[in-house]
Design a protein. Structure first.
Length: 79
């Protein structure tokens, strides 16, 4: 099982630097999702940020996006 260490990440969203904390496993999945959607990772993070409820935080929104993606079967990964 992957470690649950949370790492601080940074991104520029709409010209402003922001940071969020995310486990490596979620970060890895976000990179895979971005590649599958042919998007830069920063664009995917910005999209998720734009769509999250105003009372939620970005870290949680990113985790929930990954969970939804995996549960929906939209991924095409062959392992």
């Amino acid at each position: 099982m992957a470690t649950a260490a949370i790492r601080k990440r940074s991104a520029t969203l709409h010209g402003h630097r922001t940071s969020f904390s995310l486990e490596d496993a979620f970060w890895d999945e976000l990179k895979i999702i971005a590649a599958e959607r042919a998007l830069p990772l920063a664009a995917l993070v910005a999209e998720i940020d734009d769509k999250r409820p105003p009372d939620s935080n970005l870290s949680s929104a990113l985790r929930l996006y990954v969970l939804d993606w995996l549960k929906s079967g939209r991924h095409f990964r062959i392992e």
